[in-house]
Design a protein around this ligand. Structure first.
Ligand SMILES: Nc1ncnc2c1ncn2[C@@H]1O[C@H](COP(=O)(O)OP(=O)(O)OP(=O)(O)O)[C@@H](O)[C@H]1O
Ligand SMILES: [Mg+2]
Length: 272
């Protein structure tokens, strides 16, 4: 277990839509929580309530109620039955882009107050490389790019990595192959993409594990249950647990650049 008192912030993104970001964000959050970490999931996908559905919970309020001052951060936050705290973003995510100075300091203060209470903040992004997604990715400490073994998913993942490196100068980029036949197929997919990154971007990404194609994910999803609770022994559930373990084993990045406060400050500052 980590000894840090700072929240570690992990962004989950993909170039192409529908490749499994929400599935990964939700199940990674649950697996980390099950291993004794305190986890918060931030649904930063505009409008759609995908994380809520995948978690099997309903949130009466969202980030926009907090932004407008109607509700506190605690009031919009829902603790799921898995113990994960969920922040529903919805339209509030775009409002983050138009904060006044006073609003900004309230947002930063409210998030910073959670610093000592949350070990991991997982941010589930919208697909693609919109300015809002890139701003969130820049504010995170680590970036997981979800990719499937199909040409357009691979091309779009590469496109996103290229922007993150060349335009944003970011590191801590992990490629996470999803819906692969086996861990070794996932590793091969990672190697193929990473080789292109090394050759054309002069940059190497990291590997932290893959998630297998598992029909129990969709079966659980239809019953509003994440696979980890719907089928805890399924091949994907076991991979999510392994992934969570690997996440806790990555060495801490500099304390200075970490934490909830830093994440929100960066987010808010970039937008102003
Ligand atoms: N490893 C997997 N095996 C089988 N099905 C999967 C797997 N991962 C995700 N799926 C299914 O793929 C679909 C898309 O997944 P998900 O909603 O997580 O993608 P997303 O990247 O968040 O999509 P969006 O871009 O719309 O936010 C869902 O129906 C989900 O159940
Ligand atoms: Mg999603």
């Amino acid at each position: 277990m980590k000894t840090t008192i700072r929240t570690e912030v992990i962004g989950v993104a993909s170039g192409k839509g529908g490749v499994g970001k929400t599935t990964l964000a939700v199940n990674l959050a649950i697996a980390l929580q099950m291993s004794g970490q305190r986890v918060m999931l931030f649904d930063a996908d505009l409008g759609l309530a995908n994380s809520q559905i995948a978690m099997g919970c309903t949130c009466p309020f969202n980030l926009s109620h907090f932004m407008s001052g109607q509700k506190t951060l605690e009031e919009i936050m829902v603790t799921t039955r898995h113990g994960v705290k969920l922040i529903p973003g919805a339209s509030g995510v775009s409002e983050l882009a138009a904060l006044s100075r006073t609003q900004a300091s309230r947002v930063v203060q409210s998030f910073s107050a959670l610093e000592g209470e949350i070990d991991y903040l997982i941010v589930d992004m919208a697909a693609g490389i919109s300015p809002s997604v890139l701003a969130f990715m820049e504010a995170c400490q680590r970036r997981f790019i979800i990719v499937r073994d199909d040409p357009s998913s691979i091309a779009d993942a590469y496109g996103m990595i290229k922007v993150l490196i060349q335009e944003y100068n970011l590191d801590e980029i992990y490629i996470v192959p999803n819906a692969v036949k086996s861990q070794s197929d996932g590793q091969n997919l990672f190697r193929r993409i990473n080789q292109v990154c090394a050759q054309f971007l002069n940059y190497t990404t990291h590997y932290i594990g893959s998630i297998e194609d598992d029909k129990l994910i969709l079966e659980g999803h239809r019953k509003y249950e994440p696979v980890l609770s719907y089928a805890p022994n399924s091949v994907s559930s076991r991979s999510f647990i392994r992934l969570a373990k690997s996440v806790t084993q990555i060495p801490n990045i500099s304390e200075v650049s970490g934490g909830m406060q830093f994440f929100v400050e960066r987010l808010v500052q970039q937008q102003n």
